[in-house]
Design a protein. Structure first.
Length: 225
């Protein structure tokens, strides 16, 4: 089987079942669609690929450790913004590990996948747990802030795994950066930090294509793009 070195990111939406019971199936499904689009767009903008959905989260692969760390932070910031817009708390936990993985039928397997999933399960809401190897692979790129959390005895693994918490700060507002971080194939300049808005528009458009009426209003200060 072919193999490659990759950094693996796993996410999980905390309390999704309880929320589904509280708000009902239709509202929960609509939120899940927006949430999935938000995560997928963030991963794509950071140079990664979503390998598969995990029901309440995703498994993504990155060729760059630094890009995976940037994606983890961007996901937390985007979910935080979405929560504030809805005035309702939504928390995501994230695990990140890396190393050689096996590629088979558009899926990936290996110890890094297991470690990322186990770290995600060990994390609390709004927390990002990162294997020590990933921190070393990034070699300081991205100016990320880590705090050591010691070793974890993870289920199914023979040896404890040294890990760090990747700290992040909420964004005060969604403001455009001076230059786009990545060019898009279908327009001259790519979107920058517009994950929430793009997810909402994409979801509304898909529902319109399925003969459901939707109206989206855009508002903001003049000159913000």
């Amino acid at each position: 089987m072919p193999s490659r070195t990759a950094t693996i990111l796993v996410t999980d939406l905390v309390g999704s079942t309880e929320r589904r019971v509280r708000v009902g199936e239709e509202a929960a499904d609509e939120f899940r669609r927006v949430h999935d689009h938000l995560l997928a767009d963030t991963v794509d903008q950071c140079g990664g690929i979503v390998i598969k959905g995990l029901g309440d989260g995703i498994l993504a692969s990155f060729p760059s450790a630094a890009d995976a760390l940037s994606a983890a932070v961007a996901i937390q910031q985007a979910v935080d913004i979405y929560s504030r817009r809805l005035s309702e708390s939504h928390e995501v936990r994230i695990g990140v590990s890396g190393g050689d993985v096996t590629v088979e039928d558009d899926d990936i397997f290996g110890i890094p996948v297991v470690e990322a999933a186990r770290l995600c399960s060990a994390a609390s809401g709004r927390q990002i747990l990162v294997a020590d190897l990933v921190k070393s692979m990034a070699r300081g790129r991205g100016n990320h802030w880590f705090v050591s959390v010691g070793s974890f005895a993870l289920k199914g693994l023979d040896e404890p795994l040294d890990a760090h918490e990747l700290r992040w700060e909420p964004l005060e507002s969604i403001s455009p950066l001076p230059l786009p971080g990545r060019l898009s194939g279908d327009h001259l300049f790519g979107f920058v930090r517009r994950q929430l808005q793009r997810a909402v528009l994409k979801t509304s458009w898909e529902e319109c294509r399925n003969s459901r009426r939707r109206m989206v209003l855009l508002a903001g200060e003049a000159g913000i793009g």
